[in-house]
Design a protein around this ligand. Structure first.
Ligand code: G1P
Length: 300
């Protein structure tokens, strides 16, 4: 087998309405909501950069202009920070700048599902090029970024790959679920995939987490994919077609901790976990949590 080409493009589907976070998301895109002091999207970008991604494709929708502004240069703010000698803030700000030509925005005009959102980016991906997809709601804290772990594994094995994690059986209806062919440890080969099955119908409890490396064939499959679970065009169904056509699909059990920032509880957990890792916040937060827990226990 010839070595797969390096993955340099990533698609970020960010068109969702974020209804679970209303009213906050009435005017602020969900992806701009902050974990400690960075918006969700910044974590996704940094993960992608660590994995060698050079082109960032955002699939957006109406009301997401704050996201485009976020990645713009901000000369007035930069000049003001420089003049005041606030160099740390200036440095933090510069991390958010994206070089021109490395970032593209595509509109998804109708909310027709994740598969449809990825399909909207098809013209920016060459017919011979595999690409990554990152769902910014899934925030993964890891020593080596989750996507980098997957890119390295993909380099060895090729095909399409999804991040995978065991979930409790009662939660299978919230995820794409893998039907495992061969379990090789961190890597599993897959013989089927089902979007959001009820626990009694789930082929396993190994769930798809929002990181994908996809062959360009998946984009072609999306052309033919009909509405599936929830009446939406599902990425899971287009990847499953790869298996039917005899091409490899793998699940990758990544090293790291995943937070479901699409839910309020997950967002709060991520906020606490990330803050506890920060030298400038850890002590104060620990003390607060400690005292608070003691108060809660005393009141029980
Ligand atoms: C999407 C995918 C699902 C995957 C999940 C991971 O679902 O459709 O297969 O398991 O992301 O977070 P969503 O959470 O957007 O409903």
């Amino acid at each position: 087998m010839t070595e797969p080409k390096r993955i340099t493009k990533a698609v970020f589907p960010v068109a969702g309405l974020g209804t679970r976070f209303l009213p906050a998301t009435k005017s602020v895109p969900k992806e701009i909501m902050t974990l400690v002091d960075r918006p969700l999207i910044q974590y996704a970008i940094e993960e992608a950069r660590e994995a060698g991604i050079e082109e960032f494709i955002f699939v957006t929708s109406r009301g997401k202009s704050a996201l485009e502004d976020y990645f713009d240069e901000s000369p007035i703010l930069e000049a003001s920070l420089k003049a005041k000698g606030k160099l740390d803030a200036l440095e933090a700000l510069k991390e958010t700048n994206m070089p021109s030509g490395q970032i593209a925005y595509i509109r998804q005009h109708q909310a027709r599902g994740l598969g449809h959102a990825v399909w909207c980016a098809r013209r920016l991906i060459s017919p011979d090029e595999s690409f990554a997809v990152i769902l910014p709601d899934d925030v993964i804290s890891a020593e080596t970024s989750c996507l980098k772990q997957m890119v390295d594994a993909h380099q060895e094995i090729g095909g399409s790959m999804v991040a995978a994690m065991e979930v409790p059986s009662k939660e299978t209806s919230s995820y794409g679920i893998l039907d495992v062919n061969e379990d090789m440890g961190s890597l599993v080969s897959v013989k089927g995939m089902v979007e959001k099955p009820a626990a009694e119908k789930a082929p396993s409890n190994l769930a798809v987490i929002g990181r994908y490396i996809l062959t360009p064939e998946v984009l072609k499959n999306l052309e033919k994919t009909e509405e599936g679970s929830g009446g939406e065009i599902q990425l899971t169904d287009a990847i499953a077609r790869e298996i039917v056509e005899g091409r490899g699909v793998y699940g990758y059990r990544f090293q790291g901790e995943r937070f479901d920032c699409g839910s309020k509880a997950g967002f709060l957990q991520a906020t606490v976990a990330f803050a506890l890792e920060r030298a400038d916040l850890r002590d104060e937060l620990r003390l607060f949590l400690h005292e608070r827990m003691a108060m809660e226990q005393a009141a029980e």
